[in-house]
Design a protein. Structure first.
Length: 413
């Protein structure tokens, strides 16, 4: 059976930000979300550069070469960011997350870096298939802290990886395209303030992708809309010869004002930081229950997220061994990057991560037939990442020691 994507895209600046630094692309073969960071350092430019480069992949790419195609394109986008910073030092600090899905007709390949997210709804069960690149997630993976400790960690705001012209280690994965699967790709402006339970209810009840994406954005706005909000809802469906191939949809954050989507109408009484009860769902759909939306500083998720740190096997076969994680993830609110100190955005805010994934690299996901993946690393970059991790720990230890010495002098004086 020949399959295709039926998708819808929504993006909104939110209720606090004056600009929208999210860029997004959705086409017959490619879905991508990029959340720019850096504020005055041109986060909108970074996300636009990456999405423009990724859009070149919206074509038929053989299953066996999808991971390589993604890796080469991401590397080219990252190099373009490096060239931009070298040519204009004022752009130093700009960067962007990236979560993208490449569709071949029978397989789905994904690339992920940062804290935007991808979710998969299969057989009524919603699972997260990306894992945040955040400092607290790294500590949980190493067993240094628990998931509960991570939710209150003073450095939960730090993002460990984004595209900004520096060496990177994206996560790649591939899985079989299954009829009836529904994917959600979103920026943290959605996942930070709408719980995973609520997103699951909306994805199950709103069968039309347009209505579903609209509802998700409305819920984020009702929760205060503290950040830019972007969502792609995509269904894998049989090809219908009587329906036209859907047109590609793109939003570049750095586009001239006249070429950007006009602002969406706000939900009644929606205010920054204020939670409004959901409206009655249209067409008989069941709306998410009251209290299911988390405010900016109290984002909550359920315990069914699945971390995906996987990729493709030889000859286009989809290898079995998906990385599964327990507990849930709530992404950063705004972005800061480790290794160069926290990077504030144009509102002076820094990222937040309330919950994290406890990793299990060898566990196999039994949540549905057809889901298969294996760990991929197109280039051996682990040593560089380990060095950056060690430098970060040493820096934090030095800060603690200096603080203790200062306190001792104050007491003894």
């Amino acid at each position: 059976m020949s399959l295709t994507l039926r998708y819808a895209v929504r993006t909104d600046p939110g209720l606090v930000r004056q600009t929208n630094q999210d860029s997004v692309y959705a086409g017959p073969r490619l879905l991508a979300v990029a959340d720019g960071m850096g504020g005055m350092a041109a986060g909108d430019l970074a996300s636009s550069v990456v999405i423009t480069k990724l859009a070149e992949l919206d074509q038929d790419v053989p299953t066996v070469t999808m991971i390589d195609a993604l890796d080469q394109t991401v590397a080219a986008a990252n190099a373009e960011l490096r060239e931009g910073v070298d040519a204009n030092p004022e752009l130093r600090g700009m960067g962007t997350t990236l979560t993208a899905l490449l569709f071949s007709g029978r397989a789905i390949a994904m690339v992920h870096i940062g804290d935007s997210r991808a979710y998969l709804l299969r057989d009524g069960r919603l699972r997260q298939v990306t894992k945040d690149h955040t400092y607290v997630q790294m500590l949980v993976d190493e067993g240094a802290i628990t998931v509960e400790e991570a939710s209150h960690h003073p450095h939960r705001s730090l993002v460990t990886q984004v595209l900004q012209g520096e060496p990177i280690e994206p996560n790649y994965s591939v899985r079989e395209a299954i009829r009836g699967d529904r994917y959600l790709l979103c920026s943290d402006g959605l996942s930070n303030v709408v719980t995973m339970d609520t997103m699951g209810e909306v994805l199950r009840e709103y069968r039309d992708p347009e209505a579903c994406a609209e509802r998700l954005i409305d819920l984020a706005l009702r929760a205060g809309g503290p950040d830019n909000i972007t969502a792609i809802v995509a269904d894998i469906v049989p090809i219908d010869p009587d329906r036209d191939v859907p047109a590609a949809v793109a939003h570049r954050a750095d586009a001239p004002p006249g070429r950007r989507p006009s602002p969406r109408p706000r939900p009644p009484n929606a205010m920054p930081g204020r939670i409004e009860p959901p409206r009655a769902a249209p067409n008989g759909a069941v709306a998410a229950g009251d209290g299911a939306v988390a405010a900016d500083d109290s984002a909550v998720a359920d315990d069914s997220a699945v971390a995906d740190d996987s990729a493709v096997a030889d000859d286009g076969a989809v290898a079995a061994a998906a990385a599964v994680a327990d507990d849930s993830v709530v992404a950063d609110d705004d972005h800061a990057v480790t290794g160069a100190g926290p990077t504030a955005d144009d509102d002076g805010k820094v990222a937040r991560s309330d919950d994290v994934v406890a990793e299990s690299d060898t566990a196999t996901d039994g949540g549905g037939s057809g889901e298969m993946a294996a760990t991929a690393s197109p280039a051996p970059r682990r040593s560089r990442f380990a060095a950056r991790r060690l430098a970060l720990f040493l820096l934090l230890a030095l800060v603690v020691v200096l603080a203790a010495v200062g306190a001792w002098f104050m007491v003894s004086g």
